[in-house]
Design a protein around this ligand. Structure first.
Ligand code: FES
Length: 112
């Protein structure tokens, strides 16, 4: 599958677009939720840290449920379509440095 872009499409507005699940379900829900696992604070940290690092062309957004709850706190980065499970601020640093700054992958955090 290609990336869906066609010849003549406008330039991408962002080089990378990060969606961080911020869904919260009631305590005890069988699927759990990313917000209950701390995703909102992790997203806020990521936004602040990306700014400190001077990363450009990047947008980090809150998202509703991304339907990968069992891998939460979940995030996905487009256009690469790579999913990560991020549980700590150190995990966020790894995604920022290894994927978004260096263009590689934070291998240990990949959701496969
Ligand atoms: S609650 Fe986060 S992916 Fe569903």
């Amino acid at each position: 599958m290609n990336d869906g872009r066609l010849p003549g499409d406008p330039e991408r507005y962002f080089e990378a677009h990060v969606f961080v699940c911020g869904n919260r379900r009631p305590d005890g829900h069988e699927r759990g939720s990313c917000a209950a696992k701390g995703s909102e604070k992790l997203r806020d940290y990521m936004k602040a840290r990306a700014k400190e690092m001077g990363l450009t062309g990047l947008r980090i957004n809150a998202a509703g449920c991304l339907d990968r709850c069992e891998h939460g706190p979940a995030m996905v980065i487009y256009p690469s379509g790579i999913w990560y499970k991020v549980e700590t601020t150190s995990d966020i640093d790894r995604v920022l440095e290894q994927h978004l700054r260096d263009g590689g992958r934070a291998e240990a955090l990949l959701v496969r």
